[in-house]
Design a protein around this ligand. Sequence first.
Ligand code: PHE
Length: 338
Amino acid sequence: MNRTESFAGEALQVVRGSRSGVAIAVAIHSTARGPAIGGCRIKAYPSWRDGADDALRLSAAMTTKCALAGLPYGGGKTVAALPAEGMDPARRPDLIADIAEAIAALGGRYRTGPDIGSTSEDMAEIHRLAHGWAFCRPESQGGSGTSSVATARGVLAALEAGVAPGSVDGLRIGVLGFGSVGRLICEALIERGAKVVVTDVDEGLRPVAERHGAAWTTADLVREQLDVLVPAATGGLLTVESAAACGASLIVGPANNQIAAEEVATVLRDRGVTWIPDVVASAGGIIHAVGREELGMDEAAVNAKIDAIGDTTNSVLALAREREWTTVRAARELAALA
Ligand code: PHE
């Protein structure tokens, strides 16, 4: 007999935007520690159900991320599931208004922020229309701005913990993705003496990367012999196949959803590749946003909390080693105790 799959979250709201016609899913995984927070993803999906599934999965990761970062929030996520052919840019204001309406309906139980496909400017518009509930508006509009610097800082804290403090000098590090966060990580690593090799789907970024002192490659960095691999592009990069061929000793980066399935973490562990889960390494952005905008923390307090990602990394790696768990399991178990 088939068992009914139980619903692991608290709530899932799916609406069809009255202006845009786009399906908007807001998943609230947990408000046990405080309001649910998580970014607003605007992206094409094969169907709205895939979008809703993604929202649920990503919202659960946000619960773990908030708990491990010691924040009084739970996990949520918004997914606006665009049709496969994308959307006419002229319709975007309609979509943003629909998203704002969906979020406003939750009355603050869920608060959003920028994610794939959404910007600080979108957050300003959502905040205006919903009368709040959106982080990371531009600083000129009263928000904490982009969280790229904070996210990069958190990844560096995790990376330093993973390689043992102070020993970045001379390491060969591959950075996959030269977007706003990837670029800041490259700069910092080069400054600390690492040999950085970078790749991005956008070849146009090559001169910028080389000017920064990074070597550009078109090779598949996952298979390259590296001391550290930094996934800084979109998720799902590590599959069972690519993990089996992974040439890095340590993987740590800001990308969300780095592993395509839970078993990938097992493959990495069994091959002796240390993976610092994204829920640990990528928390700098939310720490900065909620610290500055809602928790009344100054920049120094926020930075100290971001740097503490290094301690969390050590705890996760120690627990995983001790119990022979995957690092992601160790992260989840630690989060449950937090
Ligand atoms: N992409 C970020 C996240 O989901 C967006 C965010 C920033 C969400 C700040 C809430 C607050 O982690």
